[in-house]
Design a protein around this ligand. Sequence first.
Ligand SMILES: [Zn+2]
Length: 217
Amino acid sequence: MFYKDSQQIYRAKSLASIPWLIHGFATRHADIPAQFERLATLKQIHSADCIFADGRTGVLGQGDALIENEPGAVVAVRTADCIPILIVDEERRVVAAVHAGWRGTVAAIAARAVQTMHERFGCPPADLRAAIGPGIGKCCFEVGPEVAVQFGAQGRTRIDLEAHNLRVLLEAGLKPERVEASGLCTVCMAQDFHSYRRDREAAGRCYSFAGIRQAVQ
Ligand SMILES: [Zn+2]
């Protein structure tokens, strides 16, 4: 279950219970760069490339997933219809922020992030929690045949990116009870979210972020 708090940020209930974790899916009304002095982002290129933040801040190069285990630094992806995904290992204190548009979804970037967390930090996929944040819903994501075929569909059709990313995470080894999805559509919810499909070049970007608190027991 996702809920919006007084800071105009959506939180995933399953992640909000982790004491050391900073996380959120910001609406267009929350100024995330102003809130975090140590913020890391990427030049997002619709790839399946995962980058280690290693405590660095600023724009850390090109890629679509940022992984961090250093306390005090926050990693974020910026979206306007693409799907933001946060992945957390509660035990080992590792976080990932993932940007999955349709290309990244087809490339299974969320699974690449899970594998990378496993390789570098020994995070067992079955231990991970994930939250799939607000993005373009099936209600609004009509695509042409050239995109449909990438999802095993044909002709003009509607694609459910949230459902596809859920499947990617489960196939990567996450347990169904440890993954939650927002069900929130960025195109429909103009009051809360930027949307490229709705606003085109005028669209801003919303931040989805995760980090490890500096000083918790
Ligand atoms: Zn919609």
